[in-house]
Write a protein that binds this ligand. Structure first.
Ligand code: FES
Length: 111
């Protein structure tokens, strides 16, 4: 029987304790582009890991925890982690951000 609701599938990405405060980790899942998880003062953000300007890994970028921004390690483009909006040249294409859930000490992808 169905109530017509949509049941989101959850995929465990990692433990919350795996992502250091002020840092990021890269997560690779089969069949999809790599993801980056950022920990900004205890608040998590999940985005695509690959910069929209090139092939750089944003989890290796410089993180500004006050501005909640990641700076790309290749050409210093930047993105707002909460929205994915580009906020530093040469990036002009938004970074994809992902919905997630936190429970039981884990970080779970919802899409
Ligand atoms: S690859 Fe990220 S700014 Fe160029």
């Amino acid at each position: 029987m169905s109530d017509g609701g949509v049941i989101a599938s959850e995929t465990l990405l990692c433990a919350q304790s795996d992502v250091p405060e002020g840092g990021a980790v890269k997560i690779e899942l089969a069949g999809r582009p790599p993801l980056a998880i950022f920990n900004i003062k205890g608040t998590f953000f999940v985005t695509d890991d690959t910069c929209t300007h090139g092939e750089a890994s944003l989890s290796e970028g410089e993180i500004d925890t006050d501005e909640c921004v990641v700076e790309c390690p290749w050409h210093s483009g930047a993105f707002e982690l909460s929205t994915g909006k580009p906020c530093g040249a040469p990036c002009t294409i938004a970074l994809r951000i992902h919905r997630f859930a936190l429970h039981d000490g884990g970080i779970y992808l919802l899409d």
